[in-house]
Design a protein around this ligand. Structure first.
Ligand code: PMP
Length: 405
């Protein structure tokens, strides 16, 4: 149990980032703070769509047409054709028959993972055995997003964590579970956002198929980023097994907010009926759904945005590499630079901020103790001059590292 003195002590060792009090403008990727421009490396607005004129125009049009809020759950009559159109488009992006929209990605994870167990029908519809008083067991990568951990906890199902990315460990747990007769649901992030690495989807699918499991894939950081069409992890690997439930968020590459899970149509209907986070709350505002349709159009029409994002990632890593920092072996536009102790990492973040650069200092519990890191998130809108500036400042700080530590 924490008391207030514990919290004060915790805060002393985890100083709040100087920019955490709210910027005056949206990082796109530059924002203004105290009248000065600051270039952000902490926004998930990967494709620089959040302020794109087509999204803004679509949202304005949505406001005119539908008003500001929906004010009713979709199960209670708050459904709109607009939401159904968006869900069909998201389903198609993920090569699935349908998708279910949630208010955020966080709520999609909580809503689906907490309710799969209620939905024994889901297993039956999916062709798996569903028995009375059937046991379900979740197998979750230890580095999965917190919303996954919370959703699983709420489900009341059996739960096992496997060591990060360790397929042998996962298989040994699945084998033990199969001997007990439970139905398995494997859960993994598609991209691990603190590492920048991509989950080994083909191996996960092979294990899911071998053990008759569902695979719930959180593609929050992959949707719009990985794959030739921005379809995410499945498109990246060309791996489209029917056992995959494809979760994604709309608050990152797609530039708005909201979350979804793409599944086959019958499964989508079961989720709509069984997930409280869908049925007992209002959906995202209609104007947001309208903006998201424009974002999906741009995803298709402008593949060069994704290309620009990857160009920035390569350019930045090539220039950072000679400086002697430990750059974690990323496969995505997330570039983590290892700092070690949380205090060192914080000091770097503060020193960078003084030079007009905003970057997240990621530390425990988001990263293991002693492995704090600066997490540079690349953005299609970054310029080479901005990246050169970061490299210059990081080079200067390397010379003063002993004093910063
Ligand atoms: N999953 C992962 C892996 C995430 O990184 C995030 C956002 N940080 C979420 C889910 C939640 O998404 P949203 O911000 O749309 O709630």
């Amino acid at each position: 149990m924490h008391d207030l003195s514990d919290i004060a002590d915790w805060l002393k060792h985890h100083p709040v980032h100087p920019a955490a009090r709210g910027h005056g403008t949206l990082p796109d990727p530059v924002f203004v703070a105290g009248g000065e421009p600051v270039v952000s490396f902490s926004t998930n607005n990967y494709l620089a769509l959040a302020k794109h004129p087509r999204l803004v125009a679509a949202a304005k049009d949505g406001l005119e047409r539908y008003g500001v809020g929906n004010c009713e759950s979709r199960l209670q009559g708050g459904d709109l054709e607009l939401y159904r159109t968006l869900e069909a488009r998201l389903g198609a992006l993920k090569h699935k028959g349908d998708a279910v929209l949630f208010v955020t990605g966080y709520m999609a994870n909580i809503g689906v993972l907490s309710s799969i167990v209620k939905a024994a029908t889901l297993a039956r519809l999916h062709g798996y055995r569903a028995r009375k008083r059937h046991k379900y067991a979740y197998y979750s990568d230890e580095y999965n997003h917190v919303s996954i951990r919370e959703g699983i906890q709420m489900s009341g199902a059996l739960r096992y964590n496997y060591r990060h990315g360790d397929m042998n460990h996962l298989e040994s747990l699945l084998k033990a579970g199969a001997d007990e007769g439970s139905t398995a649901i494997i859960v993994s992030d598609g991209v691990f956002s603190m590492e920048g690495t991509i989950a080994p989807l083909p191996q996960l699918v092979a294990l899911a198929e071998r053990y008759g499991a569902l695979l719930y894939l959180d593609d929050a950081h992959a949707t719009g980023v990985l794959g030739a069409n921005g379809g995410g992890s499945s498109e990246h690997f060309g791996c489209y097994s029917p056992c995959i439930m494809q979760m994604g968020t709309l608050s990152k590459a797609l530039g708005a907010s909201g979350g979804f899970v793409a599944v086959e149509r019958e499964v989508a209907d079961v989720i709509r009926l069984t997930s409280s986070a869908y049925g007992y709350t209002s959906p995202p505002p209609p104007a947001q759904a309208a903006a998201l349709l424009a974002a999906l159009d741009l995803l298709q029409e402008e593949p060069q945005r994704r290309q620009r994002l990857w160009d920035k990632q390569r350019y930045f890593i090539e220039r950072m590499a000679p400086l002697g920092y430990t750059i974690l072996s990323t496969q995505t536009p997330i570039v983590p630079v290892l700092m070690g102790e949380a205090e060192t990492c914080q000091r770097y973040a503060i020193a960078l901020r003084k030079e007009g650069i905003h970057v997240d200092a990621v530390q425990f519990p988001a990263a293991p103790v002693g492995q704090a890191r600066l997490r540079f998130m690349m953005n299609a809108g970054h310029t080479r001059a901005q990246l050169d500036h970061v490299v210059r400042v990081m080079a200067q700080l390397a010379g003063r590292a002993a004093r910063l530590a």
